[in-house]
Design a protein. Structure first.
Length: 609
């Protein structure tokens, strides 16, 4: 078929197109092989009335008649089993395959969107291709279409069903990326307009909007010529710099560059990942705190909002960070500034529905990183902690059926913490370090009376084991070694645990009067860190990697990898390490309280359920 299309000349005929579509060739692929445009191929299919049919999936293996709302798109069927209904209907685009960056959190948003639509008396259709999702359960929606989440598939379905709107803001980045192509083809987008989605997703356009609104952001530049990277870095104020492609999820191809050769490699990769959209290079802010603003807006006005802070410093992807709600260490003026900026962005982008803004806070200065005009992966977390379902209210606002108007997310009588889970133990040889590209494969949310209790509950639920024998410290840069001395002293004096330290860290600890046992980093004798881990003397490792090691030293990697391989808790972020040690000092495993989610919500009569 590839060869038939490649040598075809002249108008596309019915038999050729039907054969190609039955073999799975997309309009775009046919267009590339025949020198037509994808739009021309689609128009030709319309002239020939060549569209997929939607038969029911036989869920009973032909033993009994299957009366299900499960359908799938195919060009092999002669007719569709379910005719379009006369009711008002919306089409919700799902989250696709479960993978790093897009998993059950977006499916949760899709499920709640569908349920909110059905509660409003509107027929809810779900389009997805992952049968593992809850959104594809038989009782969740009025009609389910198993098909790929592509512009072509959505356009074909919309031409048949004629929904009053398509929801692209609940399934993560895949449906959000379709905004412009669907809108250009006349598909009504429910909620925020596709033009404003593009203004937020396109890094260059969004940065220009921030400049226009006089909202502070890390210094940036739009890269058009990779050859002039020296001038780019000088303009931004030197290394490190952050490379950010547009229209990507989970930080794909997003990286921090610390020197020119690394920057060249990262830029090439970013352009390959998102060739149709600009790449932005911005100044990377060190020792800044990252903050999440999750919200629902209605025609540019804030309706629901929640501010969460990361435990880790900026540089760890938001999906890998430990998230705290309400924030425990931010200035009141910082919180006010964050809300003010978010409200201003909501007005400027005329947002209706869900959105998320990511901020950097350093001292009392606030900078905007990005704004996503869709539900974020923290939407389920803030909904559970506050007791107000952000996803359902976002859907109601898009449909014009409002319910909630506010929630006081800063004045809760408890603290929620979201802890990431990783699969490094299943990835042989992978270096278990965190960065701006997401690596976590799951998460745990826990609530406690205070930050320490919630953090420990979350860590334990994610597989953390309380240290009983000894703690290894390998703290990277000299500033980190001295910054951690109070916590190191707490490990020895309060937790009564033996301290082990690699050479440079031990020297810094001894200089301030903290006793520790020196161990070699990767020697094979009994005095090495690896040997102490293997024989059980060390059962927790705090290893802070250097941000950039131009000598390529493997010692830190060997320690981190051994900890993962033998199941020892590993912490690679200094801020998280400090929080964990303080939590261990305040709570033993025996005095942690486990309570039902509803018990916490009942504490605060102001919570709207």
């Amino acid at each position: 078929m590839h060869q038939r299309l490649a040598v075809h000349r002249g108008e596309l005929d019915y038999e050729l197109l039907l054969d190609a579509k039955r073999l799975g060739f997309s309009d775009a692929k046919i267009a590339r092989l025949t020198n037509f445009s994808a739009k021309a191929v689609r128009e030709r299919r319309r002239e020939l009335d060549l569209f997929p049919h939607y038969p029911q999936i036989d869920t009973l293996a032909a033993e009994f008649p299957a009366e299900t709302n499960y359908t799938y798109a195919t060009y092999h069927a002669q007719s569709s089993d379910l005719e379009p209904s006369w009711r008002k209907k919306v089409l919700v685009l799902g989250s696709g395959a479960y993978r790093i960056g897009s998993s059950v959190e977006f499916d949760w948003c899709c499920v709640n969107a569908v349920q909110a639509a059905r509660e409003s008396g509107i027929e809810a259709m779900m389009m997805n291709y992952n049968p593992e999702t809850v959104s594809t359960d038989y009782d969740q929606c009025d009609k389910l279409i198993f098909d790929e989440l592509s512009a072509e598939a959505v356009l074909d379905l919309c031409e048949r069903e004629k929904p009053l709107g398509v929801v692209i803001s609940m399934g993560g980045q895949i449906p959000n990326t379709l905004a412009m192509r669907l809108s250009e083809n006349g598909v009504p987008i429910l909620g925020t307009s596709s033009e404003n989605v593009d203004r937020a997703e396109d890094r260059s356009k969004f940065s220009a909007l921030l400049d226009k609104l006089d909202i502070d952001q890390p210094r940036w530049t739009h890269v058009t010529d990779v050859s002039n990277v020296d001038a780019i870095v000088d303009e931004l104020g030197g290394f490190p710099v952050l490379v950010r492609p547009s229209y990507v999820l989970s930080g794909s191809a997003m990286s921090v560059a610390h020197e020119v050769h690394e920057l060249h490699w990262i830029l090439d990769r970013a352009i390959d990942v998102s060739p149709e959209h600009p790449v932005v290079v911005s100044k990377f802010e060190t020792h800044a705190r990252e903050i999440e603003f999750d919200a629902v807006a209605d025609q540019g006005r804030l309706v629901l909002w929640a501010i969460s802070e990361h435990v880790e410093d900026a540089g760890v992807h938001s999906g890998d960070a430990t998230l705290v709600l309400p924030p425990q260490s931010l200035y009141i003026s910082t919180l006010r500034r964050i809300k003010h900026i978010s409200a201003e962005l909501a007005r400027a982008l005329n947002i209706t529905g869900p959105f998320n803004v990511q901020f950097l806070a350093k001292s009392n200065s606030v900078k905007v990183i990005e704004c996503n005009l869709r539900a974020s992966r923290s939407f389920p977390f803030v909904s559970k902690v506050t007791g107000v379902n952000f996803a359902r209210e976002a859907m109601r606002r898009m449909l014009g059926t409002a319910k909630h108007n506010s929630v006081n997310s800063l004045d809760l009588d408890y603290v929620g913490v979201k802890v990431p889970m990783f699969s490094f133990s299943r990835l042989v040889g992978a270096d278990p370090v965190l960065g701006v590209e997401m690596a976590s494969t799951g998460e745990v949310g826990c609530i406690g009376d205070d930050l320490s209790e919630a953090l420990l509950l979350g860590l334990l639920a994610a597989g953390f084991k309380m240290p009983r024998n000894g703690v290894l410290l390998s703290l990277g840069p000299i500033s980190d070694k001295y910054w951690f001395t109070d916590e190191a002293r707490s490990i020895a004096d309060d937790l009564k645990l033996p301290l082990y330290a690699t050479e440079g860290t031990a020297e810094a600890l001894e200089a301030v009067g903290i006793d520790c046992t020196r161990v070699g980093k990767a020697d094979d004798d009994g005095g090495s860190a690896l040997a102490a881990m293997d024989d059980g003397r060390i059962d927790m490792v705090i290893n802070i990697p250097r941000s950039y090691d131009d000598l390529g030293r493997p010692d830190g990697y060997l320690i981190r990898r051994r900890a993962v391989d033998i199941g020892i808790p590993l912490i690679t972020d200094l801020q998280l390490a400090r929080a964990v040690i303080n939590a261990l000092k305040e709570h033993s495993q025996e005095d942690l309280h486990v309570r039902a989610w509803g018990d916490y919500l009942e504490r605060d009569v102001r919570v709207l359920i």
